[in-house]
Ligand binder design. Structure first.
Ligand SMILES: [Mn+2]
Length: 541
């Protein structure tokens, strides 16, 4: 898996150019620089036009990037040492020493976090050793004790658990301590002491220094149900190892600080600094440990990295951009309000679309975009330039489209027309909204007003709803008490408008020198309400 991703993002409320430029530039950079992982992302829902282009091309939708603030997953240590809550305290302590760990997460049988063992807990365990008889911290299996002691179990059941006090029988058999049934004893090669312990029905007898029992004593132990383990260690060490055989769950911190991978570092760093072991265990949704964040990981973390395409305004960019490292900017707008701490390659080149710049970069590197990417970039150029018609269109946009047409054996104009026609669909928008959302009121003589609304569209589809639109206009005309309510249905591709009129069309017919047909006046070449329609309407009254 390649390393930390470098995100390539367009602006918020993404349009086709923003999405396409991210996809295309990520593809190019991924090929030029395979050591890095370039990921195209989006900052919001894609619009119907972009969806159409993505579906048509087969290019995958970029993933959503909510922000570029630092998260736990960006800094956590993913190489985790783990131990089981059932592992003996001694083996966990040894593991911590071996791996030089201050802390180790302990997991239950299902892999979920059960607690953590810390150096402090281990140290306290030592100091806490009281002057009373030692006791096992928790029920401990005889097998676990034998293992920690490297002892040979010569009688008894390894699975049986013991939980009593732990004694060393150093005195002569006549002055032994007050042993109870179920206790654990360590004894040397004194047969009288061995027999006394068995008769007191201790649960486990450990013989030190490799002492083996006589046949008689061994038989007695079996008869009384006393387990016997032969330890090669001396008496003192054997005694200590017995109490260190207890399962770690008996000592561990049961309520460790946990975080989730997507938690913001800013939200959790204080807690990590405050807790005595200065760390948090990162867990997944099943509470399984997947990482560790320590205080050291909070110092000078590597910021997340982004490349901005099709914008350079902080307010239009991804939340948290001020914390991120901007690697590059590729844009065709004015130079916006982005600041960087280090020098970056920034391109502000006034062509019709960022996709044009991406295509040029491909060609400068002697590379061709993949088929899906080529079509997405085609859609983006045609979208931003309204099929190479907008005043922002340059020769370079034409050149990029020429190249893309040759490379894909595609009629770009036809593709662009289809893209606009199929995605400028107003059929789901209620008539009331179409006639009322972009409306301007003009005062004419005699205290009367005239309302002129406009809706931009592609193709003739909307005019099929003429009667419905006229009805909606009439009710608005009545409600607002205007002399006339007109709606310009402007076709941005055909570059003309149909003017729908509620009220007496006479003044408008005279103003434009055109007859209304079923309440519709055809105005080819008329696009601007402000410049081409309002003055004539006003002069007609
Ligand atoms: Mn653009």
């Amino acid at each position: 898996m390649p390393g930390v991703p470098i995100y390539i993002t367009g602006h918020r409320n993404p349009d086709t150019d923003s999405i396409a430029a991210a996809i295309g530039y990520a593809e190019l950079l991924g090929r030029l620089d395979p050591a890095n992982h370039y990921v195209p992302v989006r900052l919001g829902d894609i619009n119907p036009q972009t969806r159409w282009v993505l579906e048509r091309s087969g290019a995958p939708e970029p993933e959503f990037l909510p922000h570029v603030m630092l998260r736990v997953r960006d800094v956590m240590q993913q190489q985790l040492h783990l131990a089981s809550v059932d592992d003996p305290v001694r083996s966990v302590g040894l593991q911590m020493a071996r791996e030089e760990l201050d802390l180790i997460p302990l997991v239950e049988g299902d892999g979920a976090l059960g607690g953590v063992m810390t150096e402090r807990v281990l140290a306290r365990r030592y100091v806490r050793e009281s002057r009373e008889a030692s006791q096992l911290d928790a029920p401990t299996s005889i097998g676990a004790i034998a293992e920690v002691l490297s002892a040979e179990l010569v009688a008894g059941d390894a699975g049986r658990e013991v939980s009593g006090r732990v004694w060393v029988l150093a005195m002569d058999a006549g002055s032994l301590p007050d042993i109870d049934e179920g206790d654990v004893v360590v004894v040397g090669n004194r047969e009288d002491a061995q027999r006394r312990a068995i008769e007191e029905r201790v649960a486990l007898m450990v013989t030190s220094n490799g002492t083996t029992l006589s046949e008689d004593v061994l038989a007695l132990a079996r008869e009384h149900g006393t387990a016997v383990a032969v330890s090669k260690l001396d008496t003192y060490v054997s005694g200590r190892m017995i109490t260190l055989s207890a399962p770690s769950r008996s000592l561990m911190d049961r309520d460790p600080l946990t975080v989730r991978p997507d938690d913001l570092l800013a939200d959790v760093s204080d807690e990590i600094k405050d807790i005595h072991y200065h760390a948090a265990v990162c867990v997944d949704e099943f509470r399984k440990p997947i990482g560790l964040v320590t205080r050291g990981d909070l110092v000078n973390p590597q910021p997340r990295r982004v490349i901005l395409v099709d914008h350079a305004e902080r307010a239009q960019s991804v939340p948290g951009i001020e914390q991120a490292e901007i690697v590059e900017i590729l844009d065709h707008h004015h130079i916006g309000s982005i600041e960087t701490r280090i020098p970056v390659r920034a391109t502000f080149d006034p062509v019709g679309s960022t996709a044009t710049l991406v295509i040029e970069r491909f060609r400068q590197n002697g590379m061709e975009p993949s088929k899906p990417t080529a079509l997405v970039l085609t859609g983006a150029i045609l979208s931003d330039t309204i099929i190479l018609n907008s005043p922002t269109t340059t020769d370079r946009d034409h050149a990029a489209i020429d190249y893309l047409e040759r490379a894909q054996a595609l009629d770009a104009e036809e593709f662009g027309r289809e893209m606009f026609e199929e995605t400028s669909d107003t059929s789901a928008v209620p008539a009331d909204k179409l006639v009322g959302s972009d409306v301007k009121e003009y005062a004419v003589g005699g205290g009367q007003t005239v309302c002129i609304a406009q809706v931009e569209t592609v193709g003739e589809g909307l005019l099929e709803r003429r009667d419905e639109l006229l009805d909606a206009m009439r009710s608005k005309q009545e409600r607002d008490d205007c002399a006339l309510y007109a709606l310009m249905v402007t076709d941005i591709l055909a570059k003309g408008s149909k003017l729908l009129v509620a009220g007496n069309p006479g003044p408008l017919e005279r103003a434009f020198g055109e007859e209304a047909e079923d309440g519709v006046i055809d105005l080819p070449g008329v696009m601007s309400r402000k410049k081409q329609v309002a003055p004539k309407v006003l002069s007609a009254f």
